[in-house]
Design a protein around this ligand. Sequence first.
Ligand code: GLY
Length: 369
Amino acid sequence: MATIQVRFNEGASRDYKIEIKPNLIKEIPAYLKKHQFADRYVIITDSKVSKLYGQSLQKNLTASGIKSFLLTFPAGEKQKTLSTAEKLINKMLKLQISRSDAIIALGGGVVGDLAGFVASTYMRGIRVIQAPTTLLAMVDASIGGKTGVNVDAGKNLLGTFYQPQAVLIDPNMLKTLPSDEWENGFAEIIKYSIITKSPLFRLLNGHSLAELKTKKNLLNKIIIQCCQIKASIISKDETENELRMVLNYGHTIGHALEKYFNYSISHGKAVAIGMKFINSMAVNLDQLNKNDQNRIQKLISKYVNTSKFEQKIHTKKVYQKIWHYMQNDKKVRKSKIYFIVPKSIGHVDIQNTITKQNFLDVLPSFINE
Ligand code: GLY
């Protein structure tokens, strides 16, 4: 249905395709045969996705004469650790997986990040194909080659940039998506609607989550638009020297919140609160007008329910802690934290001049809400 090309400057060798097509999961064996990425495939997935799609994918590969192995780890952000990666690597060594084999990362953001990390480090790197099963992974995490695990100090602080051979998106898989996962996906989609000019903001405004869940054509259109935006950004700045930072709108605070809540908050809710925070800072600093702030706020509230967690954070003590966690953000350069500041809907700026006081100054606006 749609093919989006990710192109890098230095030539075609690392370019890859994002394929978006309903029922693509069924065509994976034929796709792999056509492209000959590897001799054998290790499907890495989590305990939930294994039952839904992993076992049947392996069966289909076997039926097509493709040798594969299915490796599963328990579902959840808490599993995204070096220890889980090591367990997977040891299993692969036992199976004598070699550099002529490849990994299929079948799952959401956790699977994609973890399997990508294993692929990038196993014997100094074997090929990986991303097959995202959640909306968040389809529109964001599976594209762009970010891999990683969480460590004690914070989220994704250990990882690599390692591009996949292909990203295979089957939007029909969303029929099994749990409701909190829809929120996760839409938080990222809202992010795209603010960071660059596109029809997305208007489209999201004109519909509701319940509607979009059932309007497959519209949802597919949204997925394609997000993938196009992301492909264009990472093609220009693969390793986040500057431009790619815009994909982190709401994430600097969001990641710190995930750490603060010990990952009991979903990524989508954390990013949604993060976007609201930075919007308030932008208004305080006269960079965003109140009308745009309200329009973004309304859109966020329409798709992501943040109230339970928001009630717990608006105290000075929590703000100090969140600021402390942000010191470890991957966008810190020369001790300065980089924030993605919205100037208007469709236009953001990358800034490193926001101070701890600017952050603390947001507190009264939330308390008065
Ligand atoms: N999810 C942000 C990025 O890929 O850069």
